[in-house]
Design a protein around this ligand. Structure first.
Ligand code: SF4
Length: 311
């Protein structure tokens, strides 16, 4: 029987999304369906991992294997899954409260390892699930409705953090532009190495300042503003110049560029480095498919395994 290509509907789970009407997260969800369909991903080979927050509910609405983990810990769960079985497509989703605050440290270490996974940040600058407190990406001086006075804290720039941590694919989308966001997610999943996609995804209930209108006055697409824009590192010699070009755009504040800022597949992934240094058969025979017992007797020497592989 000929297997036909999957469609976005093939990834839609029976449970309907439980977000407020108009929430930006609906657009991200549709872009995830579209991207998985465009890549024709086998749902049984995809693992979606999230932490806690409105955005972290997303895996409940997608027909794949998923883990709804604990607050801020989606990335370490995902890294464990990917490293146990590198043939899986592992995608982390979460909000700025989850991935930039309690989970920020994990993001740094994923980046420096360049593990071949994708992180999708659904950024609305508030903690929507707990009624709208200031999130880590809320700019200083902005007063959203749940806080009594303007935010006294400076904001984190997620793309700056990801780029300096070592992520080798950096992009930004906008949830109400589903077609464009789909394209960015497709490219991020195709990328060999750690990919980070920030998606502006307005909270219509609690962020009464950074609304759809607010974003649409500011956003623009890198490649439309500059048809020569090329974020790809084609040669080692280009690394510094491409990083500087990406930084110039990432730090813009009055206007908010969308698109791919940086892409470098010349950096070896963690999986490649591990194979080169520790185990030449790692990706052919990863831990997840190694036998652990024969006739009820354990065949794994855990002490030796740990001694060999503690990094
Ligand atoms: Fe979306 Fe905000 Fe409602 Fe959460 S509270 S579902 S982020 S609109």
């Amino acid at each position: 029987m000929v297997q036909t290509r999957r469609t976005p509907a093939d990834y839609r789970w029976v449970r309907p999304p439980e977000w407020c009407p108009g929430c930006g997260h609906f657009g991200v969800l549709q872009a995830v369906y579209n991207a998985f369909a465009e890549l024709d991903l086998d749902p049984s080979r995809v693992v979606l991992v999230s932490g806690i927050g409105c955005s972290s509910r997303l895996p409940h609405f997608v027909k794949t294997t998923s883990v709804h983990a604990i607050h801020g810990r989606a990335i370490p769960y995902a890294m464990g899954i990917k490293l146990a079985n590198p043939s899986l497509e592992v995608v982390v989703v979460g909000g700025d409260g989850d991935l930039m605050a309690i989970g920020g440290n994990h993001l740094l270490h994923m980046g420096r390892r360049n593990i071949d996974m994708t992180v999708i940040l659904m950024d609305n600058s508030v903690y929507g699930l707990t009624r709208g407190q200031a999130g880590p990406t809320l700019p200083a001086g902005i007063k959203v409705k749940a806080i009594p006075k303007a935010n006294p804290q400076s904001e984190i720039n997620p793309l700056l953090l990801a780029l300096t941590a070592g992520f080798t694919f950096i992009a930004r989308g906008y949830s109400y532009d589903i077609k464009y966001t789909t394209k960015l997610i497709v490219e991020a999943i195709r990328h060999k190495g750690s990919a980070f996609v920030q998606i502006y995804s307005p909270c219509v209930t609690y962020n009464n300042v950074m609304t759809r209108e607010w974003y649409e006055k500011r956003i623009y697409k890198l490649e439309e503003a500059d048809p020569t824009w090329d974020p790809v590192v084609h040669d080692e010699k280009e690394v510094d110049i491409k990083i500087r070009k990406a930084l110039d755009k990432i730090v813009e504040r009055d206007r908010l560029p969308l698109g791919i800022f940086y892409k470098n597949e010349l950096v070896p992934t963690f999986e490649e480095r591990y194979e080169a240094i520790y185990d030449p058969h790692y990706r052919k025979l990863p831990p997840a498919i190694q036998p652990i017992e024969v006739d009820g007797r354990p065949v794994v020497d855990l002490e030796k395994l740990l001694a060999d592989r503690i990094l």
